[in-house]
Write a protein that binds this ligand. Sequence first.
Ligand code: PGA
Length: 250
Amino acid sequence: MRRKVIAGNWKMNMLPNETIEFIEKFEPLVKDTKNEIILCVPYTDLFYALLSAQNTNIKIGAQNMHFEEKGAYTGEVSGKMLKTIGVEYVIIGHSERRQYFNETDETVNKKLKAAFEYKLKPIVCVGETLEEHENNKTVEIITQQTKLALEGLTDEQVKNTIIAYEPIWAIGTGKTATSKDANNSIKEIRKEIEKIYGNEVANSVIIQYGGSVKSSNAKELFTTSDIDGGLVGGASLNPEEFAKIVNYDL
Ligand code: PGA
């Protein structure tokens, strides 16, 4: 049985004091869950989040990283820098980064390799646009993105990659893929991984759904055969609401 992993993606929200207050409120609400909890916070909140989440079941992640270790890349943060301060997870290739910051399948792949080099656990995002969705291109797009993201990784590394399937038309729009459609898309991603890396690897990979996950739809989504939790944006900014999502099975 695969574990469930519920990750919050705060995007460009929350100040350090809000981060500390959030974790103070959130932690007692989720202390009994068996599900894995990750909070992916802005760089400027990482240090505060790491201190506040010490000795709790909340793990901390960043939302991006550069693939180089160091150098003349003004404004960038490397995987080594994240690892050194104690960050455990990193989101790679979120659709907002692909859309607004020129992230490509190639840079996603480089970042994934760099994440493993610095012993960070990657959450890599794939997903189709509304136009691709309407033209029945979903499976083609998401399997291709998955294949290119994972290219050159070892079986062990693929097993330790979390994939987040996030249909772009469902992000921040209040529109959610039906649990059946999301589960089917995730099955296709798993099949693609099976084709390249075999059955054992494919069955171990955690694949989340993301896109307008909230407490009212979490249970329906997370109790399907192939959805192993969620990547949650807007609803992860409220401690009570996010705790309900984490506790969907309590
Ligand atoms: P949303 O965002 O939950 O606000 O739709 C999800 C995401 O972008 O990861």
